[in-house]
Design a protein around this ligand. Sequence first.
Ligand SMILES: Cc1ncc(COP(=O)(O)O)c(C=O)c1O
Ligand SMILES: N[C@@H](CCOP(=O)(O)O)C(=O)O
Length: 469
Amino acid sequence: MDYVSTRGEAPRLGFTDTLLAGLAADGGLYVPTAWPQLSQETIRGFRGAPYGEVAFKVMAPFVGEDIAPEDLQRMIDDAYATFPHPAVAPLVQIGANHFLLELFHGPTLAFKDVAMQLIARLMDHVLAERGRRATIVGATSGDTGGAAIAAFAGSERADIFILFPKGRVSPVQQRQMTTSGASNVHAVSVDGTFDDCQALVKAMFNDPRFREDVGLSGVNSINWGRIMAQIVYYFTAAASLGSPDRDVSFTVPTGNFGDIFAGFAAKRMGLPIDRLVVATNSNDILERTLKTGRYEMDGVEATMSPSMDIQISSNFERLIFEACGRDAELVRRLMDLLKQSGAFTLPDAVIDAIRHEFDAGRTDEKATAETIRAVLEGQAYLLDPHTAVGVHVAEALKAVPPMITLATAHPAKFPDAVKKACGRSPELPPSHDGLMQKRETFDTIGNDLGELQSYIKQRSRAGNGAETA
Ligand SMILES: Cc1ncc(COP(=O)(O)O)c(C=O)c1O
Ligand SMILES: N[C@@H](CCOP(=O)(O)O)C(=O)O
C-alpha cells in the first residue's frame, strides 16, 4: 500500500516510510492511495473474535508487504497485552439504544494508548531493521503526551520530546508525562496553548534541515499509523452490535479530528455506519464549520475537557481531501488561507458531501457537568468530561439508533472536574499507585521555535538519522 499527501507535492511513500515521516514534506497529511475493502462476510466474522485478530485483519492491508505478517501479529499481541481488560475496548450499555465504547483500559487511561502501544512497537521494529535512531516530537493537550511517553519510555531507538501547554493539562495528565524517569523522555511545558504546541511541531517538520539533522518523527494523529490503529475499534464495536446486518452510528468527542476520521476510514472500508457525529465542547470550531461551511478561528478557552481545547483540527484536512474528490490543489489553497487569515470557506459541494455523512453538536460547561451528574444518577456510571461531551451531544441529536459514543478517557484523569460536577471523586486504578507522590522532571520554554530546536538538538541522540548498528 502506498500513501499520498493531502497537498499533493510530497513523494508517494510505502507504509514504513509513511510511519517514520509523520507529516508529509509539503506540510500535508498522508492518506492511503485507496481504501482497502473488507467483505460483509469478513466483518460478520469479527463478532466475538479476539481484538488482536480483528486488528490484524483490519491493519494488514495498510501495512502491505512492508512488515512480515508474523511480526505484525506479534506486535499487535504485545501491544494489547498491556490492556488488562480482556476485550481491550469493551462496550457498555447506558441507554435503551445507547452504548459506550470504553477506550480507556490502557496504561494511561485514555484512547491514545490503543494506537500508541502499537506505534511504538512498529517504529522500534522499523528503526532496528534500518539500524537508525529517531527523534520523536509530539504536541499534547493532555492525553497523547502521557500515552506516547508510556509507550516509548526506555526505547533504545528513539528520544521523545513532548510539548504540553503550561497550566492547561490536569495534574494526573501532567504527572503521567513528567514522572517516567526514563532518560530518552523529555517533557516540555510550553508557555502557550495546545495549538501553539502543535504549530511548533508542524514548523519543525516543515524545516527540512532540522528534520534531517535530528531524524524527526511524529506520533500525533498527523501520523497515519495512529489513524490506522484507531480504525480497528469501530469494527469490533459495530460487529458486536450486529454489523454488517445492522447499521450503527458513532458519536465522537472531537478535537484534532483523528478519532472520528478513523471512523470515516472504517466506513470507507465497508463498515455500514449510518451517522458520524462530531461532539465538541465550547471550543466549537468544527460544529460551526459543519453548520456554516466556514472554518474560522476565534480563540481557545480552557474547559473541563482540556484535551479537546483545540482550534486547529489537523485531521480535518484529511476529510476535506476526501470530500473534494482528492483535489490536492484545493486543499493547499484552503490551508494557505487558514495560515494567512485564520479562516477558509468550503465550496458548497465539499460541505454538502461532509454533511451527507457527518452531524455535529456542542456542549457548554454546564451541560457537560449536568450530563456527568445525570448519568451517574440514572445509570450509576461515572463519565469523564470528554465522554460526557459525547453523551450529551448523542442524546440531544436523537439519531437513528443504535448509537455508540466513544468513551475516550477514564474519569480519574480529571478528578476535580468530575467531583465538582457530581460530588463523586473517581479513584485512579492500582496501576497508578504513587503517581501523585513521584518527583516530576520537565523543562519550561517559551513559545519560540528557535529555542525549542536548539533544546532538542542538544538532547537528541539521533544526529542526522544516525546509524546505530
Ligand atoms: C480524552 C480525549 N477525548 C477526545 C479527544 C479528541 O480526539 P481527537 O483529537 O482525535 O479528535 C482527545 C484528544 O485528542 C482526548 O484526549
Ligand atoms: N487531545 C490530544 C491532542 C493531540 O491529538 P492527537 O490525537 O493528534 O495526538 C491530546 O490529548 O494530546
